[in-house]
Ligand binder design. Structure first.
Ligand code: CDP
Length: 791
């Protein structure tokens, strides 16, 4: 029986005994008992340990690397340098954005924390001790730290390894219609311009990155346990980079302690572990520590944006245009579909009915860690939502309009869906005004405004901030989305055993989102068997079909759809077998959850369990029908799905210290059909905390020499239960018309939608048009004194 976990937080959720509905997570018993098995829990016989020597400089030429003392250490079994790798043709590797990245530096180091050498030793401590014995002679070079100066003619060229390279330019990209936008701006009554930075932040998963590489010298098979959000894509890349045949590589992603985009790319440490295992003939484990994770693995955001919004005097938005300078760090290793160098930023027109829009994005190299990953967002949607939702508040400020009314006035209307926006995205479905109305009602918006003016009269700083966001998730249709040439379709396999218990094999890899539960629920919903009877297999390339992995909230829109399609195929096969069992034509059978029955006579029926047994038995099957009950599919999404939501944040600001207390947060989300409301609420809670963190606390900062100032959790602050309120959640449901059961993604909605609501609330409290995140007490206080606040 499906466990039911108390009443929903808000709204009435139909509770179903089978399939969709509230159900406790199948994976939690092992997590709460400490029985999860993470990469660092993997212990193999004879296993050695690796450690990475990292650069202390942001930009420096390597003059020499002396490893003799480290090699003489009694417990050291191998020392790998850039030169060793160059001899194997592995000193550089391709990035997911078609750039190259140094595995171990040979010529120069290009960011502080870059990988310079790798030591393999009998234990972790000896490996760490031995990296201290390596003597590297550096010639420091001027670093490029500020992206705004990366293209100055006198800026040092960071990527002189690239042939013919004379500057730090990565790409130029634009979307929308420049001329049409120019025209609407020319006839607008009001134009508001605002520069803003979405600062560099870090996904900071609970578990840092690591791998255990085990190259079997006898059969030539490499088994790699690693913290990966995309096991199949990684396997293909290792085959391409290392020249090991793909069928001789097994990538296993065991339990993963959070990914958030941080574990999509391939890091040098993984490759070094593989090389270490090849050189020593023994398994090699490499796990980075927290500082290494914060300083060297993929960051997110770092978008310098200048937005302009054009409107009529009475608040009708006409156009939006944006110029972006994107700081990509030392190597362009963002993970996003190939044709979208600025990710999905061009969804920046948001949720509004706008006549014209245009954006230009320029990417630059700087001497900082590479990345630009989609931290809990679908490839730069977070930056886009922040831009438009801040611009809406700037416009409201200019017009003296109420931010809720301004949004309501310009939101897309239900009858406009499917809606093609001005930069080419086709939004699938939505009732935006109903969603905003619900959020405002839950918050008691009118009352809050009254309370605010009473408090203001007493000199108290209370702020109310809104955001309305539209995401584009479920990458993506093969016809225009691939990563390194690999199309973004997902495979899925379903097998029903003779006793009616099922195994579904997925290409996506959960990192804590609860796939073992929700994917079992999808199969349960389609086959009418209890979710407890469905085992979900994932995270092992030897056990699962090919697919591109979990990020950008794509699991439910793509693999979730695949799971439903494959279950329907099994159901169709079961119908034919039931026909044979009942000696009836399959056309005369009808499906009710869990059984095929003769139409008009429900007593003549066979359950899916009975059919499964017959499928494996001696029943004479119709011509062309093979025995057993199983199916496979590859799901190529026809379009993206578009979750959306309306958020209201209430804050109190201490005028003396500038500290911000988030008093209330109302979040109304719409992710189409809801599989498991309890899991959805958990996803939203986490994302809202992310948003409060980014808005108020988090930044990966650098000094002018390129030293990373945020290399520990003492400096990179994450929100705790003390900084966040009790979330008030609501939802609306507008199913996606093209998804098999109408679901859209939810994993990242709250991370995407919440930062502008918090920032808008703080700025509303202090009466300042703009200040850059993170709105730390110091910055808020500075803004209160009338100072310009730039990150
Ligand atoms: O790709 P990722 O798993 O991070 O994101 P997602 O597809 O949005 O799913 C996050 C979790 O929420 C999964 O367990 C989903 O199955 C669940 N979910 C749901 O219950 N109903 C939805 N409409 C969307 C997601």
């Amino acid at each position: 029986m499906t466990a039911v976990d108390g009443p929903p937080v808000t709204g009435q959720e139909p509770e179903r005994p089978i399939g969709f509905g509230r159900m406790k997570r199948k994976e939690d018993p092992r997590f709460v008992r400490g029985r999860g098995r993470y990469v660092d829990d993997v212990q193999l016989p004879g296993m050695l340990h690796g450690a990475v020597l990292r650069s202390p400089f942001a930009h420096a030429r390597i003059l020499s690397v002396d490893t003799s003392a480290a090699e003489a250490h009694p417990k050291v079994r191998a020392v790998v340098t850039g030169e060793t790798l160059a001899g194997l043709g592995l000193a550089w590797m391709p990035t997911l954005s078609m750039d190259t990245q140094a595995v171990l530096a040979t010529d120069k180091v290009r960011f502080q924390g870059q990988e310079v050498a790798f030591v393999v030793a009998e234990d972790h401590y000896a490996a760490r001790d031995a990296i201290e014995l390596i003597d590297v002679e550096y010639e420091p070079l001027d670093p490029v730290v500020n992206a705004r100066h990366a293209l100055d003619p006198e800026a040092p060229v960071i990527r002189d390894d690239l042939e013919g390279r004379t500057d730090n330019h990565v790409f130029d990209w634009e979307a929308g219609d420049g001329a049409a936008t120019e025209a609407v701006f020319a006839r607008a009554d009001v134009v508001v311009r605002q520069t803003m930075l979405y600062p560099r932040v870090h996904p900071a998963p609970l578990e840092t990155c690591g791998a255990v590489a085990d190259m079997d010298p006898v059969d030539g098979k490499l088994t790699l346990y690693s913290t990966t959000q995309a096991p199949h894509a990684h396997r293909t890349l290792y085959a391409m980079v290392a020249g090991i045949p793909e069928h001789k590589i097994r990538v296993v992603a065991p339990d993963i302690g959070g990914g958030f985009g941080n574990k999509v790319g391939i890091y040098p440490g993984y490759v070094c572990a593989v090389v270490g295992s090849i050189l020593t003939g023994r398994p090699v484990k490499w796990m980075e520590d927290r500082s290494e994770n914060l300083m060297s693995t993929s960051f997110a955001r770092d978008y310098h944006m200048t937005g302009e919004i054009a409107a009529t005097r009475d608040g009708r938005i006409l156009g939006v245009r944006v110029d972006v300078l994107a700081d990509h760090g030392a190597f362009n290793s963002t993970a996003q579909p190939t044709k979208y160098p600025a990710g999905f930023f061009h969804i920046f027109t948001g949720s509004y009915d706008i006549e014209a829009a245009h954006c230009r994005v320029t990417g630059v190299y700087t001497n900082k860690a590479p990345g630009g990953v989609a931290y809990a967002c679908s490839f730069r949607v977070t930056e886009a939502v922040y831009l438009i939702e801040r611009m809406l508040d700037c416009l409201a400020d200019e017009l003296g309009a109420d931010p809720a009314e301004l949004r309501m006035r310009n939101l897309l209307r239900p009858e406009q869906f499917p809606y093609r926006n001005k930069t080419g995205w086709t939004y699938d479905s939505g009732d935006y005004p109903a969603c905003l109305r619900k959020a405002l009602d839950m918050a008691g918006y009118e009352e809050l405004r009254k309370e605010q003016s009473e408090r203001r009269a007493r000199g108290e700083l209370m702020g109310i901030g809104l955001s309305f966001f539209t995401e584009t998730v479920g990458a993506g249709p093969r016809r225009h989305m691939d990563i390194l040439g690999l199309g973004m379709a997902d495979g899925c396999e379903l097998r029903v055993h003779p006793t009616g218990k099922a195994v579904v094999r997925l290409s996506v890899q959960t990192q804590g989102q609860g796939h073992e539960t929700t994917f079992a629920q999808i199969v349960a919903e389609e086959l009418g068997i209890p979710p407890e009877d469905v085992d979900v297999v994932h995270g092992d390339t030897d056990q699962t079909p090919f697919g591109l992995g979990t990020y950008g909230s794509r699991s439910t829109p793509v693999s979730g759809a695949a799971a439903a399609v494959v279950a329907r195929k099994v159901r169709d096969k079961a119908r034919i077998i039931a026909g044979a069992m009942l000696e009836a034509s399959p056309d005369d059978l009808e499906w009710t959850k869990g059984r095929w029955s003769v139409r008009g006579d429900p007593s003549v029926t066979r359950t899916i369990q009975e059919i499964a047994l017959a499928a494996h038995g001696s029943l004479e099957l119709p011509e062309g029908v093979e025995g057993h009950l199983e199916a496979t599919t590859v799901y190529n999404p026809p379009e993206m799905t578009y979750p959306f939501g309306a958020y209201v944040c209430v804050v109190d600001v201490d005028p003396g210290t500038g500290s911000v207390k988030v008093r209330r947060f109302v979040a109304v989300d719409d992710c189409g059909t809801r599989i498991n409301p309890m899991i959805i609420e958990g996803q939203v809670h986490g994302g809202l905390a992310d948003g409060v963190g980014m808005a108020l606390m988090e930044i990966i900062g650098f000094d002018e020499d390129g030293n990373c100032l945020s290399g520990s959790f003492m400096d990179y602050l994450l929100p705790t239960a003390l900084e966040v309120p009790a979330w008030e959640l609501g939802h609306t449901v507008t199913p996606s018309p093209h998804h098999p059961f109408g679901a859209k993604g939810i994993g990242e909605s709250a991370t995407v939608g919440s930062p502008p609501a918090v920032v808008n609330a703080v700025l509303d409290a202090i009466g300042v048009r703009h200040a850059d995140m993170p709105l730390t007490p110091g910055r808020v206080w500075q803004a209160l004194q009338g100072g310009e606040v730039e990150a």
